[in-house]
Design a protein around this ligand. Structure first.
Ligand SMILES: C[S@@+](CC[C@H](N)C(=O)[O-])C[C@H]1O[C@@H](n2cnc3c(N)ncnc32)[C@H](O)[C@@H]1O
Length: 215
């Protein structure tokens, strides 16, 4: 007697496989550098993605202003960084640092006309910037992809000006999602103060201040 799986069975098996893959990826990312691959950059572009991931609302929550010198860690193809560059004009500058050359290439193509945008290949765990360079350092759906998160947050602290702001956005659609408690704990451990969490537990932005003086 042959067995023909129903559509529901197939859907459940596929969902379990997908969940298992994501859990495995999440687990492995704590040990190895396994970023969202560059060939998936298309999944972070376009009007539907902007709506789905609330790009403009995220930028509002990060809270940049004209004249700010900002750094996005892990910008991918520039979903947030390209409109962010427009928000800090005039006089402000936007910098993107991504560990994958393929993501940076795509960002360069998409942001070719943006005058105040510069991008660089590099690792969040060891940033190629001088201390106290930026007013705002932000990241979205990136923290969980970084094996040594503490080191990356310490680097954010180093490159921020005193009084500058670290902003971390997390969304539960991301397999590497980090909770509000984890984000707050990591930021506080690195020396950040004045935690301000905006949003729901499954989609939020955490803003933290680098104290003017460490004493
Ligand atoms: C899921 S994508 C998010 C892209 C973008 N932030 C957004 O929200 O549309 C994660 C990005 O972080 C980058 N990334 C992962 N680990 C990194 C690291 N250690 N240093 C710098 N970038 C990293 C990946 O290459 C990828 O472009």
């Amino acid at each position: 007697m042959s067995y023909v799986p129903s559509l529901i069975t197939v859907a459940i098996v596929l969902a379990l496989l997908y969940a298992g893959m994501n859990l495995g990826w999440r687990w492995a990312s704590r040990r190895f550098l396994l970023p969202c691959p560059s060939w998936l950059s298309w999944s972070l572009e376009g009007g539907f993605v902007d709506w789905w991931t609330a790009t403009q609302r995220t930028l509002d929550r990060i809270g940049m202003a004209p004249g700010d010198h900002i750094l996005e860690v892990g910008p991918g193809p520039g979903r947030l960084l390209i409109p962010a560059a427009a928000r800090v004009r005039p006089r402000g500058a936007a910098v993107g640092l991504d560990v994958q050359p393929g993501m940076i290439e795509r960002l360069q193509q998409r942001g070719a006309e943006v005058e105040n945008l510069s991008v660089q290949v590099g690792n969040a765990e060891s940033m190629p910037f001088a201390a106290e360079s930026f007013d705002i350092v932000y990241m979205a759906m990136v923290l969980g992809e970084i094996p040594h998160r503490e080191q990356a947050i310490a680097e954010c602290f180093r490159v921020l000006k005193p009084g500058g702001r670290l902003s971390i956005t997390e969304m539960a659609v991301d397999p590497h999602f980090q909770s509000r408690a984890t984000v707050t704990r990591l930021a506080k451990t690195a020396g950040f103060a004045e935690p301000r969490i905006i949003g729901r537990p499954w989609s939020f932005t955490g803003n933290f201040r680098k104290p003017i003086s460490k004493t």
